[in-house]
Design a protein. Structure first.
Length: 160
């Protein structure tokens, strides 16, 4: 009996143009490539981090049409015609986005790995005026501003 294999020859490649940080990028991608892998592996935009690769940690958060999106859970080919913003696209030349600058001023980096996702999530929430909440805890939403973010330090002072 033959066992099916998943080889490069099984890949279905499609041409897709993604608008990322204000610029169009024409790519030839396997239809199974996540937006996270397209950003990191095909375009060299490594500011977006691969954490859990299951949508639980938020390290891969980017903005799609201004809304926070977990890039590890969405396929790149689904986003043609949408505006994608990564951490690299926030600064205006040498001028950091105010939230990026605030992270520096207040030394809010922790280990730094999750920081791009935290910033992108916060900017998306700020733009949408959504009420902050924490899906991992039942305590006051005002106490947990890392909606969609979970790392070893974010809720370290919690009992639950």
């Amino acid at each position: 009996m033959s066992i099916p294999t998943n080889t490069a020859t099984d890949a279905q490649l499609v041409a897709v143009t993604l608008r990322i940080n204000g610029a169009d990028h024409a790519l030839l991608l396997d239809t199974r490539v996540t937006l996270l892998d397209a950003l990191r592996e095909h375009l060299g935009l490594t500011g977006t981090k691969k954490g859990c690769d299951h949508g639980a940690c938020g390290a891969c958060t980017i903005l799609v049409d201004g809304k926070p999106t977990l890039s590890c859970l969405t396929l790149a080919v689904m986003h043609e015609g949408q505006e994608i913003t990564t951490i690299e696209g926030l600064a205006q030349g040498e001028q950091l986005h105010p939230l990026q600058a605030a992270f520096i001023v207040h030394d809010a980096f922790q280990c730094g790995y999750c920081t791009p996702g935290q910033i992108m999530s916060a900017i998306g929430r700020q733009r949408s005026q959504a009420r902050p909440s924490c899906r991992y805890h039942t305590t006051s939403p005002a106490r947990h501003r890392g909606d969609g973010q979970w790392c070893a330090h974010w809720c370290a002072d919690d009992d639950g």
